[in-house]
Design a protein around this ligand. Structure first.
Ligand code: AMP
Length: 121
């Protein structure tokens, strides 16, 4: 899938629409999800343009991949989730239920998160 530079996270990264930023470094921007599904629900996105985990793990440099996952750990610590625990999630493609075609890692925490997946049909 070609990268769609009009996707909402690309617009946030360009500063064209606002976000509730919680973390930023040279490689990563993280902000609160607009429809939180837990007391803490943050999205961590690489600043480079990758559609999904599939694109990222094939095409990003080791340094970029490392930077994203280092940032996710740092964000969890910064938000006080490291001691109580948290969950990360990267919906990928159609079966993964990915809605926004710019790779993002969800970080959920702040309550007992329950079963890993809802029971599908
Ligand atoms: P996914 O289904 O994994 O692609 O998740 C996309 C997420 O982006 C959803 O949890 C949305 O609530 C969230 N989202 C969409 N637009 C925005 C926005 N402008 N700011 C913050 N989060 C957003």
């Amino acid at each position: 899938m070609a990268y769609d530079s009009d996707n909402v996270f690309a617009q946030i990264l360009r500063g064209e629409i606002p976000c509730d930023r919680v973390y930023e470094d040279d490689h990563v921007l993280a902000f609160n999800d607009i429809h939180p599904q837990a007391p803490t629900h943050v999205l961590a996105v690489p600043k480079e343009a990758y559609t999904s985990m599939e694109d990222f793990t094939q095409n990003a440099s080791d340094a970029t991949i490392s930077a994203l996952f280092r940032a996710v750990g740092q964000i969890a610590r910064d938000l006080g989730l490291a001691e109580t625990g948290y969950r990360i999630l990267a919906n990928t493609g159609d079966d993964g239920g990915q809605e926004v075609p710019h790779l993002h890692i969800h970080i959920f925490g702040g309550r007992l998160l329950g079963p890993m997946l809802s029971k599908g049909a």
